[in-house]
Design a protein around this ligand. Sequence first.
Ligand SMILES: Nc1ncnc2c1ncn2[C@@H]1O[C@H](COP(=O)(O)OP(=O)(O)OP(=O)(O)O)[C@@H](O)[C@H]1O
Length: 373
Amino acid sequence: MKENNMLMWDETLFKESDVFELDYLPDYFPHRDSQLNAIRYALKPAIRGGRPLNCLLFGPPGTGKTSASLKIFDELKEYTDKVLTVKVNCQIDSTRFAVISRIYKSVMGVAPPASGVSFNRIFDKLTKKLIDVDKVLVVVLDDINYLFYEGHADEVMYSLLRAHEQYPGSKISVIAIVNDPEVIYGFDKRVSSVFLPEEIEFPRYELSEIKDILDDRIMRGFFPNVVTDDAKDQMANFVNESGDLRVGVDLLKRSGLNAEKRASRKVEIEDVKKAYSASRSLYITRMFANLTDHEKLIIRQVADTKEISAGDLYEKFNAETNIGYTRFYEIINKMISAGYVTADFSGKGSKGRTRIIRSAFKKEELADLLKEK
Ligand SMILES: Nc1ncnc2c1ncn2[C@@H]1O[C@H](COP(=O)(O)OP(=O)(O)OP(=O)(O)O)[C@@H](O)[C@H]1O
């Protein structure tokens, strides 16, 4: 009898669609043991009621920084009730008042009044509560770079990290999450002298690691044998272009939905290819939002050409910004290590070997983002 490859109306390929949601915290969290151990070590003093060490988790997008901290929070809560944990998404809460309101709400169980009350009043109530109940507070400031844009980073960090000076007995520590570790050089001295974080790097995942993580998600999320081997390989190769696991999780979901749309019982390579442009544009939009204006300009200048020598690019960049060679090289090297541009040596240059820079993005992929600038 011929196998029925068509899906009935009430059938689905998804066994557990929650595992493809971005806030899903996976049980299986491989290839991050050293990072998880480093966070455990930093938070250990909290178990004895002490103030934990501060941490700086850094690495490219989608490398598990947020998930790793949340997993350790879960572990910690199983161990002790001495610790309160809060995650603040600084892209959403990007002012001192917003950050403290978020923490207040989590600790007190109610939001502070939206107006007519000062930061100091709220902070005062919050810290007194922590002292009263004798709890340690660990705050994750996710995407902390967003606090710098309007100049709130120092005030937020200062308030949290020096709280014990004003309120003896309060114990607050911070886990700052960021793509680019250079962010710590942006803090003012009063903050950097107390932040002194454990720096924990989250490197890009390798292809074999991506495959391993995606396989586990497929096993949990889809019914058996739904995703073909070709489709799996295609997905892993796509994710490997950016190294961003978030693209992978999104790709799995969209590919499954594409297959269902065709009423197919299998997720095939065509479903993955069709899904990829939406998943990739999600990645590019997020990547772009995290760049400084100078970095955006370089990305645009490289994408405008098929390829450009490093010297010519410097001249174009310098003409618009007046920025010198050393800083230009720092920015370009950062863009290379993030994988946003590539650099190959060519034998051609008039002064010997020259670096040829190419964009990792097509001009069209950036067009909408660049229009906003
Ligand atoms: N080692 C891993 N095992 C399983 N899933 C992972 C792993 N690393 C990342 N993921 C998944 O990838 C997605 C992105 O992870 P996460 O948000 O923790 O990354 P991030 O480094 O904090 O990203 P960003 O810098 O963009 O905020 C999540 O859905 C997460 O479940």
